[in-house]
Write a protein that binds this ligand. Structure first.
Ligand code: F6R
Length: 646
């Protein structure tokens, strides 16, 4: 969703802000803009440029409008304070005029925003009654006009007290106070950043229900919706709390709550560098991230087993007694993370014998789930900012349930508000479609299942260690598998024009089928559906026609022979109706050969862990079909990486 960058320092802000926006492009956006506080001849003015479409459009406009001394944006590249925004449209179409930053009525202030201001209609009516003319259809513009009005009020109060309205610190504090007053009037979710032409060297930010992190540099400071925006300049970051306002200058970072009481953020160090967020020779981030999966799985497993054989989480604000008392588990997540939860249910129930339900976060709180202090809610989120999941988490906490988060993003809201956290150490995931995050979420779910089983005394340390050892074999298996993906790429080229693809599986193969279908839909824009194979005969089999590709995820014949045989029967059923079968099976499983038009073998893996390998060919298939169809693999249409609206 919207990407936000702010800079106050000594270097030209424009290039730093544009680089930051480029690093946030992966979040998905439809317009972009910057506001730079003018320097030199341009001081005392705010230079704003914004365009619909990709950053390239903005850069072209900047080049055209800043060339020559009389051009409207002359000097924009020398200002040292600025903000920038990539917008994912909510209120108003993705046009130039709706792009951020939004200037205030007199143009001295500019505001960028992520989130939704829910009471904007009321605020807009109030401002229009005060003769403010709106120049966009956005909710954000209200914040710009309100800020101007509040700032005038604060300055008048300072003057009335005889304060020095020209003093730089007084002016900076006035801007922060005006921001606090605005925030107290806003309802909904927002990250706001503002710059003021009359307060150079200062960027003010605020957050409620939407991410904002501070980057602490040497003689320069940063604000951003995501550390990726500034990680090439500093890896020292501060996570802001809920309802906080922050003021940065090149030398200072000051945080308060919305009432002006000094507050502290939480310092953290970003444990990856800018290189991790670059393509590294791949055409698409997604292809790189698929290849990074062995490493990501290995990192997520690293150091999880103590010498005494216990599983270690990252942050635990829950006692073992709390975990022992859990009599029901809900796993709550969205999209791919939800699919990880569906896999986890099989493992957690099998290992712990605690009933476990998996819920879409967007549905959870609206159906009034039965929760109490002995319910454990596991929320899964790569970004840690998904609004549906955050709201489900808050609902669970209101009902006194204990919440354990699985998250990939240090400093994000979901882990901060949870009682315990297990971080997936997958590194930054830039492509919108989740790949390595999914595999590392699976690993995290397995670890949590084992931890619960151990704490509750249903698994001994040596049994836990045996499963951890199987998990530790996965990076090598994944490497082998990834080296054998050429036939999948070939198949993708053959399938690039099919109108529909079905995916079927049983047991943990069922969520893998759902995930395979989701990947194909979102990347290739091809109709795709995943089914539990046993359900086919209850309706969906009617859609199978001559040549319909059906991807069949076959469980290992070892250990669960019945499950395997049933799946073979299901493949025969679809084949008998003309389907073209693409079978994902374990190496050596010759029983599938008579029924497979294409077979993709994966390394032998215990049934519950099999999704770690069976998902990979489906990721490659989707990415390659999308690429063969000429789509943007990293930023599929209509999608955003971090979904911060409900
Ligand atoms: C699909 C995908 C999405 C996310 C979902 C949840 O490839 O990436 O379905 O899984 O939006 O996002 P997080 O995990 O950030 O909460």
């Amino acid at each position: 969703m919207c990407g936000i960058v702010g800079y106050a320092g000594a270097r030209p802000a424009l290039s730093i802000v544009l680089d930051g926006l480029r690093r946030l492009e992966y979040r998905g956006y439809d317009s972009a803009g910057v506001a730079i506080v003018g320097a030199g001849a341009g001081s005392g003015s705010l230079l704003i440029c914004k365009r619909a479409g990709k950053l390239a459009n903005l850069e072209k406009a900047l080049a055209e409008e800043s060339a020559g001394e009389d051009s409207p944006l002359a000097g924009i590249d020398s200002g040292t304070t600025g903000i920038g925004h990539t917008r994912w449209a909510t209120h108003g179409a993705p046009t130039d005029r709706n792009a951020h930053p939004h200037p205030s009525r007199h143009g001295d202030l500019a505001v960028i925003h992520n989130g939704i201001i829910e009471n904007f209609a009321r605020l807009r009516a109030e401002l229009e009654a005060d003769s403010v003319e709106f120049r966009s259809d956005t909710d954000t513009e209200c914040a710009a006009h309100l800020l101007e009005r509040e700032l005038a009020g604060v300055r008048a109060e300072i003057a009335a007290r005889g304060g020095d309205g020209l003093d730089a610190e007084v002016r900076a504090e006035a801007l922060a106070e005006a921001m606090r007053r605005v925030c107290r009037r806003l309802e909904g979710a927002f990250t706001l950043l503002a710059v003021d032409a009359a307060t150079p060297d200062v960027v003010v930010g605020a957050r409620r229900n939407s991410p904002l992190v501070v980057g602490r540099g040497q003689g320069e400071n940063f604000l951003a919706s995501d550390v990726a925006a500034f990680v090439e300049h500093t890896r020292d970051a501060i996570e802001l709390g809920q309802d906080q306002v922050v003021l940065i200058t090149p030398e200072r970072i000051e945080i308060t709550d919305f009432d002006g009481k000094p507050a502290a953020g939480k310092d953290f160090h970003v444990d990856w560098d800018a290189k991790a967020a670059e393509k590294g020779g791949y055409d698409w981030f997604m292809l790189k991230e698929i290849q990074e999966q062995p490493q990501a799985v290995a990192e997520t497993l690293l150091g999880r087993l103590t010498e005494s054989g216990e599983i270690m989480l990252d942050e635990v604000r829950l006692t073992d007694q709390d975990l022992r008392a859990a009599d029901k588990i809900f796993i709550v997540a969205c999209g791919t993370a939800y699919h990880a939860g569906l896999v986890a249910k099989y493992a957690i129930e099998h290992w712990t014998r605690i009933p476990c339900e998996v819920e879409l976060a967007s549905e959870f709180r609206y159906r009034d789930p039965v929760l109490d202090r002995s319910t454990l809610v596991v929320v899964i989120s790569q970004s840690g900012e998904t609004m549906d999941t955050l709201m489900a988490l808050r609902h669970a906490k209101e009902q006194k349930a204990r919440v354990l988060a699985i998250c990939n993003t240090n400093g994000s809201t979901i882990p901060r508000e949870s009682d315990a956290v297990l971080y997936t150490h997958g590194g930054p995931e830039i492509a919108v479609a989740s790949t390595k995050a999914f595999l590392t979420q699976l690993v995290a779910c397995y670890l949590i299942g084992l931890h619960l089983a151990q704490v509750r005394g249903v698994k001994f340390a040596d049994e836990v260690a045996a499963v951890v050892a199987q998990l530790q074999e996965m990076p090598a298996k994944l490497r082998t598998l990834l080296d054998r993906m050429e036939p999948v790429r070939e198949l993708a080229r053959e399938l690039k024009s099919v109108p529909t693809v079905l995916f079927i599986g049983r047991h943990v193969g069922y969520p893998v089928a759902l995930e395979g279908a989701l990947k194909l839909k979102e990347l290739a824009y091809i109709h795709a559906e995943g089914f539990a194979s046993g359900e086919l005969k209850h309706g969906p089999i009617a859609v199978i026609d001559r040549g319909t590709p059906v991807v069949c995820i076959v469980p290992s014949p070892a250990g669960r022979g019945l499950l395997h045989d049933k799946m073979i029967s299901n493949i025969q059923e679809v084949r008998a109706r003309g389907a073209r079968t693409i079978v994902i099976a374990e190496e050596g499983d010759e029983a599938v050969l008579p029924y497979a038009d294409h077979v993709i073998f994966v390394p032998p893996t215990p049934t519950l862990l099999a999704p770690l390998v069976t998902t990979v060919p489906l990721q490659v298939l989707a990415a390659e079909i999308a690429s063969a169809r000429g789509h943007d693999v990293d930023q599929p249409r209509n999608l955003a990486k971090s979904v911060t609206v409900e």
